[in-house]
Design a protein around this ligand. Structure first.
Ligand code: 8DG
Ligand code: CA
Ligand code: CA
Length: 333
């Protein structure tokens, strides 16, 4: 099973082609570590997934924005022969298989995976016998390997959302939580839960004054019944594990505590998709703005970004950028 799945709600008429492109993307990310090629394959797969017609040839695919010469040639080969030599060779390579497997363990990235494979550690069994080579996050990742492979149904995230909201509002009524990622984009299933929390009194200025009322550790403490493990926790980012009940799998939960001024830029960024974000960012540049997960800033004559533009809703960001507003469920590519 590939790590990458498509986040689309509509029927995908090009699902088989997309899967091949996503397998190639995974290879570029994990093995070649070529982020440009990775992005190109991801983008092409997203474009094909949302195309409401079955693609019949590489030439036809090339007409679509986001599919270049090289990828269209691969689509040609795939459609004409029913397979792709490059992918067949990749899938035969024992080390490639091992690297792809190990990077599925939460906390193991491509570099660590390659290092493990070089020293002969290639299976989950090998990992279990070499736990001393793993850090805390990676050990928990290994422990829940099977569970973390499972996608999370929307209904389950809705229940978790209610518990998260109730628990933090018990601490202070003015806390507000938003679950972003594929869940917010309306997908039927998600890989993990991306939760953002803010509070009107949690401002950048107060952050400097170290307001102890709003530490992430205290929030996590209030979630004891839901959260089962902590992978890592800092001032602004918690990575961990939660579980609704014993009958259900353990789930990956990320919580970010965001200063109020930055909340809407964060919501936009963490809603994604990553392909959509890239598009939006380059559109912003064309309009003379720098957009990231923290802020929207005007780029002056000198090319230096100015002070963050005050933002009080996601829609405002679209307005500033003269970009037609897209509902979260329209941001899958
Ligand atoms: P999934 O969990 O259902 O697989 O999909 P997702 O919710 O879209 O992906 P995610 O990996 O959980 O990331 C959440 C959002 O964060 C994503 O939709 C867009 C944004 N994001 C980027 N780049 C990156 C990145 O490099 N790492 C992470 N973790 N998030 C990113 O735009
Ligand atoms: Ca997610
Ligand atoms: Ca995530």
């Amino acid at each position: 099973m590939s790590k990458f799945t498509l986040s689309s709600n509509e029927t995908n008429l090009n699902a088989d082609i997309c899967q091949v492109l996503l397998d190639l993307a995974e290879y570029e990310k994990n093995v070649s570590r070529n982020i440009h090629k990775y992005n190109a394959y991801k983008k092409a797969a997203a474009v094909l997934a949302s195309h409401n017609k079955r693609i019949e040839s590489g030439e036809e695919a090339k007409q679509l924005k986001g599919i270049g010469d090289k990828i269209s040639k691969k689509i040609s080969e795939l459609l004409q022969t029913g397979k792709l030599k490059k992918l067949e060779n990749i899938n035969k390579d024992e080390d490639v298989i091992a690297i792809n497997l190990l990077t599925r363990v939460s906390g193991i990235g491509p570099v660590k995976a390659a290092e493990l494979v070089r020293s002969g550690i290639k299976t989950l069994e090998d990992l279990k016998n070499n736990e001393d080579r793993l850090n805390h996050h990676q050990r928990i990742g290994l422990k829940y390997f099977e569970d973390f492979q499972k996608r999370i149904p929307k209904a389950e995230i809705q229940e978790i959302e209610t518990i998260l909201a109730t628990s933090v509002k018990k601490m202070n009524k003015q806390f507000s939580i938003t679950i972003c990622g594929s869940y917010r984009r309306g997908n039927a299933e998600s890989g993990d839960i991306d939760c953002l929390i803010t509070h009107p009194d949690l401002t950048l200025k107060q952050k400097k004054n170290k307001n102890e009322k709003f530490t992430l550790e205290k929030i996590v403490e209030a979630l004891k019944g839901l959260v089962t493990d902590t992978l890592s926790v800092g001032e602004t980012k918690f990575m961990g594990v939660c579980r609704l009940n014993k009958e259900l799998p353990a789930r990956r939960l990320d919580i970010r505590l965001i200063p109020h001024e930055r909340f809407y830029c964060a919501v936009l960024y963490f809603t994604g998709s990553d392909v959509f974000n890239k598009q939006m960012r380059s559109h912003a540049l064309e309009k003379g703005f720098m957009l990231n997960e923290y802020s929207l800033r005007h780029i002056g004559f000198t090319g230096v970004p100015g002070e963050p533009v005050p933002i009080s809703s996601e829609k405002e960001i679209f307005l500033y950028l003269e970009y037609p507003y897209k509902e979260p469920n329209e941001r899958n590519y």
